[in-house]
Design a protein around this ligand. Structure first.
Ligand code: ATP
Length: 505
């Protein structure tokens, strides 16, 4: 009855609006009203064509003007029908009841009035930068999972790119309809305030002299205090148009997987470039002869370019770990962040590029080195979080086929980023522990969208994301600019140099 009434009101409103426009046309244009109608029609067609072109070229501008009103219209128009079709409607509280009863002559007859269903109640609508957000109250017995199963149907009904279901609090869900794919044409990067004043180095010295270059000895690394905020890095955009933040305080270690040309290196470049300007030590392990990480050389405390050097670097880092744990013990601290600022060391991020190069070896000495690498990395993973040593491990795949210890190491890497992968198994391994939908999404990443990935963590939360590309020469310039922030780690650099000069570990 209510929906019938609403429909009637809608039809009457359209007739009334049409009448008003006709009236205005006749009174303003008189006999030329038909021509005015024609002009209006042409304008409407032009606007419609323009909106299609705007959508393709500038979806962020298209959405608030054209996309959002259209999506809201379709959402309102199809809500009841879509919910019924998708199994989200529930019996109305005072709906009629019916049942089968024994009829005369032994047959069965239906008695009562038909059961009525109602769609779940919408309690709030908000237009987002790239979508709309509909808050819905769950009917008794309903779960967010039911809405997740219906999400694809709702996306079609609302004519939007995708519908995501967010369970905000018990009893409610938020349906986020994304008007377009923000990862295909990401919004230009917004620079967020750097968490550390280091980002705004003064360009003149205290005595008023102009500083010739950014990177000078005037920036004394030891005088800078690291804060937990330095470990939160904005590396791109999430599908819901929020910045994609990697927070090493929350997830101390990351695993980045993806097929070749899927965007792993681009993400790593952005990650290192962002860290370069903060009080963070950087160590590179790139067993592909340093091809990927050597542009960052001036900012790296050490760069191992083969497996033998990697063993030296990892064992040097274990030495650093040992020293830090002794300092913490002396001060009764459980992590470096509890140490007094005067003795608190900077965090160190160890970037391992193409981990398979470290772990797959053909000969016996190579295998021994591989075992030492993996065991060292596992130990860094276990103890590093509290002692400020973080791992960033990337590779095409990361399965037990990489050798003993691979699964244990993977378990330490709580932060996960899965780019386009070559097979379903790799997606499953990378996103192990995350909801099954995340694995399905990772397999759907199209080949023409390099840099798009599923990012998740051990809390079960996941998002579709895209890294913000940074030209490698620009990133290298940044690393050189902040070379004075290079953390001196003699235990690590000394070991790598000894191996490089022909000595043992
Ligand atoms: N976020 C992004 N946006 C736009 N283009 C990207 C993005 N990420 C990667 N690309 C492009 O995709 C291509 C491959 O990227 P990249 O080298 O990072 O892949 P990869 O996974 O490291 O490959 P490989 O394993 O072969 O080194 C590059 O040309 C790069 O410019």
């Amino acid at each position: 009855m209510r929906s019938l009434l609403l429909k009637a009101v809608g039809v009457l409103a359209v007739i009334w609006a049409f009448g008003r426009v006709s009236h205005v046309m006749s009174s303003v244009f008189g006999a030329a009203a038909p021509v005015a109608w024609l002009v209006l029609l042409v304008i409407l067609v032009v606007v419609w064509r323009f909106s299609i072109r705007l959508r393709a070229a500038r979806p962020w501008s298209w959405w608030p003007v054209f996309g959002a009103p259209t999506a809201v219209f379709w959402m309102l128009r199809t809500w009841a029908a879509a919910c019924e079709e998708l199994g989200l409607s529930v019996p109305a509280a005072r709906s009629g009841r019916f049942g089968l009863v024994n009829g005369p002559a032994g047959g069965l007859v239906v008695k009562g009035s038909p059961l009525k269903v109602v769609a779940p109640r919408r309690i709030g609508l908000r237009i987002r930068e790239n979508g709309l957000e509909l808050r819905v109250r769950l009917a008794p017995g309903q779960t967010p999972a039911q809405f997740e199963r219906a999400a694809e149907g709702l996306a079609h009904a609302w004519r939007v790119h995708r519908v995501r279901v967010e369970a905000v609090r018990p009893g409610f869900v938020t349906l986020v309809g994304l008007g377009f794919d923000p990862l295909r044409l990401p919004k230009p990067r917004r620079e967020f305030a750097e968490p550390h004043p280091m980002a705004e180095l003064p360009n003149s010295t205290e005595d008023g002299q102009e500083r010739a270059e950014y990177s000078t000895d005037l920036v004394m690394p030891t005088m800078l205090e690291a804060t937990p905020g330095d470990l939160s890095v904005n590396v791109g955009i999430r599908e819901d148009s929020m910045p994609w933040l990697l927070d090493l305080m929350r997830r101390p270690h990351y695993l980045v997987c993806g097929a070749t040309r899927s965007g792993k290196s681009t993400l790593t470049v952005r990650f290192i470039a962002e860290l370069s300007r903060r009080p963070v030590g950087l160590v590179g392990i790139d067993a592909k002869n340093g091809m990927e990480l050597s542009p960052f050389g001036p900012r790296l405390s050490a760069l191992a370019v083969n497996r033998t050097e990697a063993v030296a670097a990892i064992e040097g880092l274990l030495g650093v770990l040992e020293l830090r744990s002794m300092t913490c013990r002396d001060y009764g601290a459980r992590s470096i962040w509890e140490l007094p600022a005067s003795v608190r060391p900077w965090p160190i991020v160890v970037v391992v590029d193409e981990v398979a190069e470290l772990m797959l070896a053909a000969d016996k000495p190579g295998k021994e080195e591989a075992v030492r690498c993996i065991q060292g990395l596992i130990r860094l993973g276990q103890l590093g979080a509290a002692l400020g040593i973080h791992l960033w491990v990337s590779g095409q795949r990361f399965g037990s086929d990489l050798g003993p210890g691979a699964t244990l190491l993977r378990a330490q890497l709580a932060g996960r980023v899965c780019h386009r992968v070559a097979d379903a198994e790799t997606a499953g391994m990378t996103l192990a522990g995350l909801p099954a939908e995340s694995v399905i999404e990772a397999q759907k990443i199209p080949a023409d969208l390099a840099g798009v990935a599923v990012a998740g963590d051990d809390s079960g939360a996941w998002h579709l994301v895209r890294s913000d590309p940074l030209d490698i020469t620009e990133a290298a310039a940044l690393a050189a600019q902040y070379a004075s922030l290079r953390l001196d780690l003699p235990e690590v650099e000394g070991g790598v140099q000894r191996v490089r000069l022909g000595g043992g570990w």
